[in-house]
Design a protein around this ligand. Structure first.
Ligand code: GLN
Length: 256
């Protein structure tokens, strides 16, 4: 009986050793996932943004500041991570995310179908719309129909770019940043600029030559983009967003 028991024990031991031996395979897959989303095992959350989009992200001297940066800091804090901000061209953000160079994008980025093919998006944190900006001397463009065959400035790869491309016969001029498009508009080199509402409002306070039509061309939602393989981070970010909305931090940042 005793012998039978110890045989059983050895058998159980063998099975568990075998089991343990097969674990590295699973562990391997897990490791791949975390490496792909650069966050894995690290103490830092690398936030990718394009610091030309006030009040969401912009430079104050050397420092990158704004709502998205504050939100990123709070999310990182919830996750027990240190935040590092990488500034790059807007159009390069999703490729950087896919290459694992950044963990998360917070860049006033709108959730849209083609982006969903290349990244996961968190729950949305802000609603937005595309607006038409004009030189204040322009009294012939009264709505999107008047943009037909006109020269329209946009920021490359944005939803504003997409909206402009759909306008019949329009000549769409893509700029690396919105302020460059607005400068051309001030100089009357182009007829209009299509840009996100809050950002347009901010630029208008700084440029008295420009005005905005009171027509919302789109309904959009900004969210954080995360590497498709990094589903764990996606869940954590959604959880953090929920907490920040519930505990009032989100509202405080919004007011700021
Ligand atoms: N919301 C727009 C987009 O997602 C513009 C974002 C931006 O220029 N930072 O395309």
């Amino acid at each position: 009986m005793k012998q039978k028991m110890s045989m059983m024990m050895i058998l159980i031991l063998c099975i568990s050793i075998l089991g343990a031996c097969s674990t590295p395979k699973d562990g391997g897959t897990k490791k791949d996932t975390t490496e792909a989303g650069a966050a894995g095992n690290k103490k830092t959350l690398i936030l990718g943004t394009n610091a030309e989009f006030p009040p969401f992200e912009y430079r104050e001297g050397e420092e990158i500041v704004g709502f998205d940066i504050d939100l990123g800091k709070e999310i990182a804090k919830e996750l027990g991570l240190e935040l590092k901000v990488e500034d790059m061209i807007f159009d390069g953000l999703i490729p950087a995310l896919q290459a694992g160079k950044i963990d998360i994008i917070l860049a006033g980025m709108t959730i849209k179908p083609d982006r969903l093919e290349n990244a996961n998006f968190s729950d949305f944190y802000f609603t937005a719309s595309q607006m038409i900006l004009l030189h204040k001397d322009n009294d012939t463009i009264l709505g999107p129909d008047d943009l037909v065959k006109k020269k329209i400035g946009v920021q490359l790869g944005t939803t504003g770019d997409e909206v402009a491309q759909e306008i019949e016969g329009a000549e769409v001029i893509q700029f690396p940043a919105a302020y460059a498009a607005l400068l051309e508009l001030s100089n009357k080199k182009i007829d209009a600029v299509i840009l996100d509402l809050e950002v347009a409002k901010r630029f208008l306070t700084q440029n008295k030559d420009l005005k905005m039509l009171d027509i919302e061309l789109t309904e959009e939602e900004y969210a954080a983009a995360i590497n498709k393989k990094d589903t764990e981070l996606l869940a954590q970010v959604n959880e953090a967003l929920k907490t920040l909305k519930e505990n009032g931090t989100y509202d405080t940042l919004l007011k700021k």
